[in-house]
Design a protein around this ligand. Structure first.
Ligand SMILES: Cc1cc2nc3c(=O)[nH]c(=O)nc-3n(C[C@H](O)[C@H](O)[C@H](O)COP(=O)(O)OP(=O)(O)OC[C@H]3O[C@@H](n4cnc5c(N)ncnc54)[C@H](O)[C@@H]3O)c2cc1C
Length: 524
C-alpha cells in the first residue's frame, strides 16, 4: 500500500516481472520505492488466472525458459516460493500421421531423421550457441552508445569486438552473413527434415510480426536460444502457473522494503518543466517522487502516461515509429481428461508440442496477418501443464494452454465478430492431431492480441513490447535517445521488455535499468 507519510525516491509504474526486479534492486541500494500495478495480481504477462470454475492457466506467457540466473539468485526466488514442476522439456514437432519429431537440446528422434540430420543439427546448435553466448555479453548491461559512449560503453564494445574476433574467421563471417539473411534460407542450407526446419523457424519468430522469410529472424532465433546460455535445457513449467513468478518477485520486493499497491492504475506520469515529479492514479490520488520508472511498454508510457505534449516532436515521432504489431493469441481449454494425441504417450504430451508442419505453411500463415486477416492454419505452441502440476485443475481434469501465432492485433472488421470462428478453427486444427479433443472440452477461452492488450496493458499485445529486430535492438531499443533506460524527460526511466535486451521472462531489462539508475545517482 502507498504510505502517505513516506517521501518516495522512486515510483515504478507496473508490477510486471521487470518492474519488480528493478524495484527490488533499487530498494536494496537504499532507495524508498513504491510499485503501482494496475492489475489485482503482480507479474504482468507472467500471470496465472482462473478461466473457468476451478481451472487455472498461465494466461499469457506459459514457459519459463529465459530467466537470467543472476537475477533469479539476486531476487532469492527459490526462497520466495518459486518452484518448477518440470524443466528441460523436449519440443515435439507434431505430424498428423503420428510420426512426430522430438527435439532435445542436442538430440533428434523420430520423423525419419537420419544420421546426416543429427550431425547437421549438432553442428548448427554448436554454432548458434556460440553466437548467443557472444550476444549474452551485451545483455546484462546497458546497450553501449556507439559515438559518445563513456568508459562503460567502450568496455562493452571492446568485449563484443573481442568476442567476435575469438569466434574465428569462419564463424565471424557466418554471423555477419546469417544476421542479414533469414531463417528460411539458413534452414534450407542446413537441413532436409521439414518438421525440423519448421520448428526452428517458428522459434525464430514466435511473438513477432514476421514469417520465416523475413529479415531479422536469425537474430530472433539467437535471442530465443539465450535460455540455453542461462542454464535452461528446454522450457520449464512453473508450479502454480507463471503467476507464481510474479508472486515470488513480489515477496522479494516486499522483503527488500518496497511498498506495493495493486489494482492501482496510473493515469498520468506528472511532468513539471521536463522533469518527472510523480504520478496521478486513475482514482485521482497524486503521489510525488524524485524519479519515475515505467514498466509499461514505451508506446503506452509516452502516448498515454506522459502525453505527447510533454515530449519533443522528434521523440514523439520515434515513439510512433516503434514497430510492435502483436500477432500472438492465447487459447485456454479446460479438459475433462487428457485427449489422445495420435502417436503420443502421456509423458510426451507433457512436453512442448508444436503445430507447424512446414516453413511454407508458416510463411503462408504470416501472409494473412500482413493483410489484417487471421490465418486459417495458424502455427501453435502447446502446453498441458496439469500433467506436471495437477493443482491447476480438479482431480483427473486438465488444462491446455496454446500460443497461437498469426492472429493480427488489427483484424480487418474487428475481433468481436470473428472471435468464435477463429477459436473453433484452432480447436479443429488441434483435433487433426488429437481426434477426440472436442469430446473432452468443458470450457475454453480465446485471448486475441486485443484482449491481451486490455488485460495486460501492453500496446498491441506484443510479446516483446516492440519487435526484436536489428533496427530495434541495442542502442536502437526502444529508440535512439532512450536506449540507456533514461529518457528526454529528466527523472523518467524505462525498464520494460521494450528496452534492451527485450522480452520474455528474463528479468534483464529490470536489472539493467536499476543498475543504470543506481549508477547515475539520486539526482538523475
Ligand atoms: C501470447 C504471449 C505468450 C508469451 N509466452 C511467453 C513464454 O512462454 N515465455 C516467456 O518467457 N515469455 C513469453 N511471452 C513474453 C513475456 O510475457 C513478456 O515479454 C514479459 O512478460 C514482459 O515483462 P515486463 O515486466 O517487461 O512487462 P509486462 O509483463 O507487460 O508488465 C508490465 C506491467 O505494467 C502494468 N501497467 C501498464 N500500464 C500501467 C499503468 N498505467 N498503471 C499501472 N500499471 C500498469 C501492467 O498491468 C503489467 O503488469 C509471451 C508474450 C505473449 C504476448
Amino acid at each position: 500500500m502507498i504510505n502517505v507519510d513516506k517521501k518516495y525516491d522512486v515510483i515504478v509504474v507496473g508490477g510486471g516481472h521487470n518492474g519488480l526486479v528493478c524495484a527490488t534492486y533499487l530498494a536494496k541500494a537504499g532507495r524508498k520505492v513504491l510499485v503501482l500495478e494496475a492489475n489485482a495480481a503482480l507479474g504482468g504477462a507472467s500471470a496465472t488466472s482462473e478461466f473457468s470454475d476451478q481451472f487455472s492457466v498461465s494466461s499469457c506467457a506459459h514457459w519459463l525458459f529465459q530467466l537470467n540466473p543472476e537475477v533469479a539468485s539476486d531476487m532469492g526466488l527459490k526462497g520466495h516460493g518459486l518452484e518448477l514442476a518440470a524443466r528441460d522439456l523436449n519440443t515435439i514437432a507434431l505430424a498428423e500421421d503420428g510420426n512426430h519429431l522430438t527435439i532435445g537440446v542436442n538430440t533428434l528422434e523420430g520423423a525419419g531423421v537420419t544420421d546426416e540430420d543429427r550431425k547437421a543439427f549438432a553442428a548448427f546448435n554448436k554454432q548458434m550457441l556460440k553466437f548467443s553466448k557472444l550476444l549474452s555479453g551485451a545483455f546484462n548491461r546497458r546497450a553501449p552508445k556507439l559515438v559518445e559512449g563513456n568508459l562503460t560503453d567502450r568496455i562493452t564494445l571492446a568485449k563484443l569486438g573481442l568476442g567476435m574476433k575469438m569466434l574465428g574467421k569462419t564463424d565471424m563471417s557466418d554471423l555477419m552473413r546469417l544476421a542479414l539473411i533469414n531463417i528460411y534460407d539458413v534452414m534450407e542450407e542446413n537441413f532436409e527434415n521439414d518438421l525440423l526446419k519448421a520448428a526452428i523457424s517458428l522459434d525464430s519468430l514466435l511473438g513477432s510480426h514476421m514469417g520465416p522469410r523475413s529479415p531479422n529472424t536469425v537474430y530472433g532465433y539467437l535471442y530465443r536460444r539465450m535460455g540455453d546460455i542461462y542454464g535452461f535445457n528446454g522450457p520449464a513449467v512453473v508450479r502454480g502457473g507463471m503467476g507464481a513468478v510474479g508472486e515470488a518477485l513480489g515477496n522479494a520486493a516486499k522483503t527488500a522494503g518496497v511498498d506495493i499497491e495493486v489494482s492501482a492504475a496510473v493515469s498520468k506520469i506528472n511532468v513539471d518543466v521536463d522533469r518527472a515529479t510523480g504520478v496521478t492514479l486513475a482514482d485521482g490520488r497524486v503521489v510525488d517522487a524524485d524519479m519515475v520508472v515505467s514498466n509499461a511498454d514505451p508506446k503506452t508510457t509516452f502516448n498515454k502516461l506522459v502525453g505527447l505534449t510533454n515530449i519533443e516532436t522528434g521523440v514523439a515521432r520515434r515513439v510512433k515509429t516503434i514497430r510492435m504489431k502483436g500477432d500472438a493469441a492465447k487459447l485456454h481449454i479446460a479438459l475433462d481428461g487428457l485427449p489422445d494425441f495420435t502417436g503420443l504417450t502421456k509423458d510426451q504430451m507433457g512436453q512442448r508440442l508444436l503445430i507447424a508442419p512446414t516453413m511454407d505453411s508458416i510463411e503462408l500463415a504470416f501472409n494473412a496477418c500482413k493483410y489484417g486477416e487471421y490465418s486459417k492454419a495458424p502455427a501453435m505452441d502447446i502446453s498441458i501443464p496439469t500433467i506436471h502440476d495437477p493443482s491447476l485443475a480438479p482431480d483427473g481434469k486438465h488444462v491446455m494452454s496454446v500460443i497461437v501465432q498469426f492472429a493480427p492485433y488489427e483484424l480487418e472488421g474487428g475481433w468481436e465478430s470473428h472471435k468464435d470462428n477463429f477459436k473453433n478453427l484452432i480447436i479443429e486444427r488441434i483435433a487433426d492431431y488429437a481426434p477426440n479433443l472436442k469430446d473432452k472440452i468443458i470450457a475454453s477461452e480465446l485471448l486475441t492480441p486485443a484482449d491481451l492488450e486490455d488485460r495486460f496493458h501492453i500496446h498491441g499485445g506484443h510479446w516483446h513490447h516492440g519487435e526484436i529486430s536489428l533496427d530495434q535492438i541495442l542502442t536502437m531499443r526502444p529508440f535512439p535517445g532512450a536506449s540507456q533506460y533514461g529518457t528526454s524527460v529528466d527523472g523518467l526511466f524505462l525498464c520494460s521488455a521494450g528496452t534492451h535486451p527485450g522480452g520474455g521472462v528474463m528479468g534483464l531489462a529490470g536489472h539493467n535499468a536499476a543498475k543504470e539508475i543506481i549508477k547515475r545517482g539520486k539526482s538523475a
